[in-house]
Every structure is written in structure tokens, then in C-alpha cells.
Design a protein around this ligand. Structure first.
Ligand code: CTP
Ligand code: MG
Length: 224
């Protein structure tokens, strides 16, 4: 499931960022390509804003019959995902796996996707792609001075896809929607999702500078 109902405020521009062209194709097209190409994924649902008029401007037929559009985007990312999960509940069973992947992560590689699916396997809880934190981290005072250095041991940057069973994720999101990722909602149920090591190439496009980096990664061939 690919939430794509945001407006991309921080990137700016005339179109929502998921339609920004990277290497000649809309960002979201790159984001869903690996999903549509994977034999392990049966269906790909894109969650659009109800009034999205841009999706139709592009030809999606090349991605095949797995792809469907749901026009049920909500006010937040969590709302969009929950609306999507509810919209597909007639065709997706409670114990079916759902991978939620941001339209704004265009550089997901087949190797990263396969690692997630293989390592989560039949896990009780589910899991997410994440990159070990590499930077030196500082905790600031309110006056923006360094209070202290925070150890990066055991710290990870969450990415997507995030893989959970439909029933568990639906329950988790309907209980706590003030979360910025699916894992956060599952954690709030007291569960501990698995971290599957990824790397910085699966970046999220958040600011204009990320567009340049994402395009470079796409043109050079996706990461490991
Ligand atoms: N998203 C969504 N519904 C929303 C908000 C976000 O489906 N109401 C999606 C975005 O389209 C994106 C993903 O969630 O694919 C990650 O969100 P983010 O990077 O924050 O995108 P935007 O919300 O569009 O960007 P911004 O926060 O800068 O406005
Ligand atoms: Mg946002």
C-alpha cells in the first residue's frame, strides 16, 4: 500500500512532490516499480487524495494489472493508510501481510524489498526497513547549545516499506493515529517490530535537495 495523498509542502513547487519528475518519470512511479515487479507482491494499492487530478495524466499500464487506485486519502499519512486498509478489507484477509511504502521513497531497490520480506518471514509482529544511524548526535539545550552527545548505539532511522499483517496494522492505526509511521502505532500496542538493515540509498524525499540526490541514485542504478 502506497500512501500518496500528501501535498509535499516542504519540497514546494506546483505539483505534489510524488509527481515531480525524476529521471523523466514521476517520483511515485519509481516508488511503486519495485513493488509491482516483485513476484512476492500480489496487489499494489495507491492511496490518492480524493481530488487528485494529476494521477490520470500519466500512463500506468506498463506496471501491469496488480496496480489499483484508492481515492481515500486522509488529513495525515496515518489517516491515509488506515483509510486504505479499510477500503481493501473485503479483498485482504486479516492475516495477510501488507507492506506500506511511501510514494516519496523512489529509490527502494529489489534487494532491499526482498531482504525485508525474507527477514520478516512469518514473524509474530512484523518489521521495517531501517538504517543504522551513522551521524554523531547532539542533544540541544533550549538555547541551542549542546547539552551532550547522544550515543548512536542501538539507534536506527526508520524507512519504508513497513510490513505488518492487515488485522494488526488496522487495529494499531485505529487506536493511535498520532504516529509518523506504522511501526509507531504497533509499538503503542506494546509490540516490538523487527529492524531489517537497509542503507541511506532508500531515502525519503522531504526537501528540495533530496530531489537531486534521489535522481542521482536512480540514474546510477538503485542501491544494493
Ligand atoms: N501522505 C499521505 N497522506 C497525507 C500526508 C502524507 O498519503 N495526508 C503520504 C505522502 O504522499 C508521502 C508519505 O505519506 O508519500 C510521506 O509523507 P511526507 O514525506 O510527509 O509527504 P507530504 O506530507 O506530502 O510532505 P510535507 O509533509 O512536506 O507536506
Ligand atoms: Mg507530511
Amino acid at each position: 500500500m502506497v500512501p500518496a495523498a500528501g501535498t509535499g509542502m516542504r519540497v514546494g513547487g506546483d505539483l505534489p512532490k510524488q509527481y515531480h519528475l525524476l529521471a523523466g518519470r514521476p517520483m511515485i512511479r519509481h516508488a511503486i516499480e519495485a513493488l509491482c515487479a516483485s513476484p512476492r507482491i500480489q496487489r499494489v494499492f495507491v492511496v490518492l487524495a480524493e481530488r487528485d487530478e494529476i494521477w490520470e495524466r500519466f500512463d500506468w499500464t506498463e506496471l501491469g494489472v496488480k496496480l489499483s487506485v484508492l481515492r481515500c486519502g486522509g488529513a495525515t499519512r496515518a489517516d491515509s493508510v488506515l483509510n486504505g486498509l479499510e477500503a481493501v478489507s473485503a479483498v485482504v484477509k486479516a492475516d495477510d501481510w501488507v507492506l506500506v511504502h511511501d510514494a516519496a521513497r523512489p529509490c527502494l531497490s529489489t534487494a532491499q524489498l526482498d531482504a525485508l520480506i525474507e527477514q520478516v518471514g512469518e514473524d509474530e509482529v512484523g518489521g521495517i526497513l531501517a538504517a543504522p544511524v551513522a551521524d554523531t548526535l547532539k542533544l540541544s539545550t533550549p538555547g541551542r547549545r549542546i547539552e551532550r552527545t547522544v550515543s548512536r548505539e542501538h539507534l536506527w532511522q526508520a524507512q519504508t516499506p513497513q510490513m505488518f499483517r492487515h488485522g494488526l496494522l488496522r487495529e494499531a492505526l485505529s487506536r493511535s493515529r498520532i504516529v509518523t509511521d506504522e511501526a509507531g502505532a504497533v509499538e503503542a500496542l506494546g509490540r516490538h517490530p523487527l529492524l531489517v538493515a537497509s542503507d541511506a540509498s532508500n531515502l525519503k524525499v522531504t526537501y528540495p535537495a533530496d530531489l537531486v540526490l534521489a535522481e542521482k541514485i536512480l540514474l546510477e542504478g538503485k542501491g544494493a
